[in-house]
Design a protein around this ligand. Structure first.
Ligand code: TRP
Ligand code: SF4
Length: 326
């Protein structure tokens, strides 16, 4: 069976943007039975931009994995593990750094973008420049053949292919050249219609209570020109409608009703609340089950770390042998 690997930086509780951007797909790939799935908490990667504040690191990782499990990732089917528990990633990353020309790293678009965007932080570090080298090690140490990622990570997967090629050329065939598994994901706006993001405070979290979700939906940004139920509205810029498109099979009906002034925003939101809560109910149920056993996330990661380490060790033995190392 083909193996895939993907990772997420531990950002704590996940929101619906994270869910539809990646997690939902991870669950589908797992359940398709087509792949052996390795899913990783990329905590070393989080250090590249956030090394100065690590107090909540462990908590964030555990909160995130609890959301993974709530969303349907199943440790019986997938290997769920933590990067910092598999030291072999660091060794492979070091060895890759020896054969990676600096120019390859400097020309990666996300590097320059992030330097600009995060200009208030001191991230002109070795670790930050080397981010893709570590990511290549994450992927190649499991000889993953495919990497489910968003568009933003495409350059990192292509970089990984280049590293694999160069290694194989220098030391003999060890690594496959992994393909990116891209897919269109629905656009999830935040409550205020900007991108859903923790830093904007406009999120709905996977773990949020029913009351809190309903309240947030009632506060969602709609068409400001539609003041009364029978005013004709414009669904396009409306956050409620964007959510209908994701959660409502009959979104087209809502759209027509809105345009023709046959529905008011209050009922439109009420309808969305029902659909969203129904869609989230299975996750909330699983979460409630999981919460009964406080140690369950740790146990899942311990088991996953062991499985990941087994594979990583085998690859490293091969790498060292091919490179003439001990
Ligand atoms: N860089 C990825 C992100 O920020 C996280 C990540 C780390 C990753 N290692 C990976 C993704 C390996 C795919 C494969 O989203
Ligand atoms: Fe948005 Fe619905 Fe109001 Fe139209 S009726 S503006 S889609 S909330």
């Amino acid at each position: 069976m083909k193996r895939i690997l993907s990772g997420m930086r531990p950002s704590g509780r996940l929101h619906l943007g994270n869910y539809w951007g990646a997690l939902e797909r991870w669950v589908r790939l797992q359940d398709s039975g087509e792949y052996e799935c390795f899913y990783m908490v990329a905590d070393w990667h989080a250090l590249t931009t956030g090394y100065d504040d690590t107090k909540e690191f462990r908590q964030n990782a555990e909160d995130m994995v609890l959301d993974w499990l709530s969303a349907g990732l199943d440790p019986q089917k997938s290997v769920l593990f933590q990067q910092s528990s598999v030291m072999e990633h660091a060794e492979l990353s070091l060895l890759f750094s020896m054969i990676t020309p600096l120019g390859w790293l400097e020309r990666i678009p996300t590097y320059k973008e992030q330097l600009r965007e995060l200009s208030e932080r001191e991230i002109t570090t070795h670790g930050f420049l080397g981010y893709p080298v570590l990511q290549a090690a994450d992927i190649l140490i499991y000889k993953a053949e495919a990497v489910p990622v968003g568009e933003d990570q495409l350059s990192h997967v292509e970089f990984t292919q280049d590293v694999a090629k160069r290694f194989n050329h220098l030391y003999g065939d060890v690594f496959p050249e992994p393909k990116p598994l891209l897919s269109a994901t629905p656009k999830v706006p935040g409550l205020d219609s900007r991108k859903m993001s923790k830093s904007y405070g406009n999120t709905i979290e996977i773990s949020e209570s029913v009351e809190s979700i309903s309240k947030k939906i009632s506060r969602m940004f709609t068409d400001p020109q539609k003041k009364r139920a029978d005013d004709k509205g414009h669904p396009d810029g409306c956050v409620v409608y964007a959510f209908h498109k994701i959660y409502n099979k009959e979104a087209a009906v809502r759209e027509q009703e809105c345009r023709e002034g046959r529905i008011g925003c209050v009922s439109c939101k009420k309808n969305l609340s029902e659909l969203l809560l129904a869609a989230m109910a299975p996750m909330q149920k699983r979460r409630a089950e999981l919460m009964k056993d406080k140690g369950c996330v740790r146990a899942v990661l311990d088991e996953g770390n062991r499985k990941a380490r087994d594979v990583a060790r085998q690859t490293m033995a091969e790498v060292r042998r091919n490179m003439g190392l001990a």
